[in-house]
Design a protein around this ligand. Structure first.
Ligand SMILES: Cc1ncc(COP(=O)(O)O)c(N)n1
Length: 604
């Protein structure tokens, strides 16, 4: 049982939180692990300290003995590859020095490190001794990719580092920008200074934006591009400057329990990316809430999780901020008697329409629609493209009967798919041009060639085309194919592309993922008939010919979207279709893995 489970394990991105424990579950490693899991990643932790605390405050702190702290890390390094690290409460100098030593390990040299410089808890307890701040600056900031202080913490760090820069604590955007910029000279490549302590009237913030040369109307307003935000561009003191606003209607409706009066107040965070020399101001509505315990922990672990995608830094930060905003707005206000925790798991309940973007597969600037659809479906997207069925093809541990079962069903599936494209080519709608007819008919023809590949693989086991043709269609195949046919008849071209996109893009990604995983394992024994058949399948989907079809498919979708940019409502509908198709894809693979159970009810 154990080894079988292991054979089918496809790990999601692995995030390590190095932080303290909060037994009330709102902050520290407890918040981190919930955040990481709800963003579709696998969370681990090494404890720097035990605290006794609840929603009202911290009553006691017990710092982990240094040797034991190091031992936790070494035990992880020697076994598990880590994709991102988040560092939170450190407690004292001994822990900082021990961590500094451990971070020298060559196995984690390229892992992005996010540091939340936790100094004082919301309730006022000291979580880092004063004499530790210089060590934090000297030993850990040079290792840091992304530092996430709030403005008072940023000010303290700069003062301890004897920076010549003086920051006022008034939330003025210029202060946030100066702080973010100067903090990167202490080592971090990127600094995100959180301005949540200062609540602006929207009109004041707009005046402040104007003062620094960003206008809210006019030429530098870039149209919303599926980002779920209004994006403005400009410059400040020779740095490129972007403003991402989610405080304006209709974006602000993401906070369903927030206030909806004229001016609910606005807060701003500032990011400085020293690699691009670019500042980004994230302006968001102030969420009227008493449930903010653990906000910093949650944001930094969301950032570490989202950094494992290949999204641009701006969209990683935007995505993470939006996640935290939602968790605060749905916070658990009556959990205890003090400051309640965020609702970390609200993100895995049915999603509101405007999810922020994040781009695991394609570039958000060149492919805004596809990257948006993928990022908003990320947990199920990963469950699909790295499904245990797919994972079983990496080392050929997938049961043979599951594979054959799937090929037979997929053969039927492809036939219905060809019908879908042919009907898309023949339907006469406003967008019915020769180009569209030719594209759609061309895709129908590609289905035939994919089906031929299935026939070729099946022949290895003496299964003929006739047998494939007479296979009984399973419930998962019926559900998926008829759903797509339904969309093709009742929807427009873009909806059809959203329904079929997961199949095309997902198989392309699965093929590439299997090859990548195989290359990590070194030489595989391909001498058995089974291994050869599995590998034929892998090579087909990872091969350049299929990958080109995927790229063309992405471009085709983007072209349709660019010609007739979907409104927010239509984008939300495309997302629903896309998500449904992913769930149906997962259903086909689930079913194939459960063939033993089905044998009695389906003739093969
Ligand atoms: C273990 C631990 N880590 C971090 C915080 C800071 O969180 P907050 O500022 O919300 O109190 C905390 N209270 N406990």
């Amino acid at each position: 049982m154990t080894s079988q489970r292991k054979a089918f394990t496809a790990s999601p991105p692995r995030i390590l939180s190095i932080a303290g424990s909060d037994p009330s579950g709102g902050a520290g490693i407890q918040a981190d692990l919930k955040t990481i899991a709800s963003l579709g990643c696998y969370g681990m932790c090494a404890l720097t300290a035990l605290t006794a605390q609840n929603t009202k405050g911290v009553s006691e702190i017990h710092i982990t003995p240094t040797d034991f702290f190091r031992s936790q890390l070494q035990t992880l390094w020697e076994d598990i590859e880590i994709d991102a690290i988040k560092i939170g409460m450190l407690g004292n100098r001994e822990i900082i020095n021990a961590l500094h030593e451990e971070l020298k390990d060559r196995r984690i040299q390229n892992v992005p490190i996010v540091i939340d410089p936790v100094m004082v808890s919301t309730s006022g307890s000291l979580l880092l001794t004063h004499d530790s701040i210089n060590d934090l600056i000297k030993l850990l900031l040079p290792k840091c990719y992304l530092l996430t202080p709030n403005l008072p913490e940023a000010k303290q760090l700069l003062e301890h580092a004897k920076s010549s820069i003086r920051i006022e604590n008034d939330g003025n955007l210029a202060n946030l920008m100066l702080a973010a910029h100067h903090l990167t000279s202490l080592g971090p490549k990127v600094a995100l200074v959180k301005g949540g302590h200062h609540i602006w009237k929207r009109s004041q913030l707009e005046a402040n934006l104007k003062e620094i040369g960003i206008s809210v109307e006019g030429e530098n307003v870039e149209e919303e591009k599926y980002l779920g935000a209004e994006v403005l561009q400009g410059s400040w003191q020779s740095h490129k400057l972007i403003v991402v606003r989610t405080d304006l209607e209709p974006y602000a409706d993401v906070l369903s329990s927030g206030r909806h009066d004229q001016d609910p107040g606005t807060v701003a965070d500032v990011l400085y990316d020293s690699i691009k020399d670019q500042l980004t101001i994230f302006v968001k509505p102030h969420v009227q809430s008493q449930t903010t315990h653990g906000t910093g922990c949650t944001l930094s672990s969301a950032l570490a999780s989202n950094l494992t995608s290949s999204a641009s830094l701006t969209s990683v930060v935007h995505t993470s901020i939006q996640y935290v905003q939602r968790c605060i707005s749905r916070g658990l206000s009556d959990l205890g008697r003090g400051v309640g925790p965020l609702n970390h798991l609200c993100g895995i309940q049915p999603r509101p329409i405007l999810q922020p973007i994040d781009v695991p597969l394609c570039d958000s600037e060149r492919f805004p629609l596809c990257s948006r659809l993928i990022s908003c479906s990320l947990p199920i997207w990963r469950a699909f493209t790295q499904h245990p069925f797919v994972a079983g093809l990496v080392g050929y541990t997938l049961p043979r009967e599951s594979f054959i079962y799937f090929l037979k069903q997929d053969y039927l599936f492809l036939k219905h798919y060809a019908r879908v494209w042919a009907s898309g080519a023949s339907s006469f709608t406003v967008g019915s041009t020769f180009e569209r007819i030719a594209t759609f008919a061309g895709i129908a023809a590609e289905m035939a060639s994919e089906a031929d590949n299935h026939v070729k693989i099946c022949q290895r086991w003496g299964i003929s085309r006739d047998q494939l043709e007479t296979t009984v269609e399973s419930s998962a195949t019926l559900a998926y194919t008829r759903y797509v046919l339904d969309v093709s008849r009742s929807g427009d071209a873009l909806e059809l592309l959203a329904a079929t996109g997961p199949c095309l893009l997902g198989y392309g990604e699965a093929g590439r993922w299997i090859k990548k995983e195989q290359s990590k394992r070194g030489a595989l024994d391909r001498s058995s008939e089974q291994a050869a058949a599995f590998q034929d399948w892998v090579e087909y989907y990872a091969g350049e010919e299929f990958q080109k079809i995927v790229r063309d498919g992405i471009q085709n979708m983007e072209k349709y979207a660019a010609n007739d940019p979907p409104s927010l409502k239509r984008t939300a509908n495309l997302q629903r279709i896309w998500d449904a198709a992913i769930r149906l894809e997962i259903g086909m693979w689930d079913e194939a893995l459960n063939t033993q159970l089905r044998r009695d009810v389906l003739s093969s």
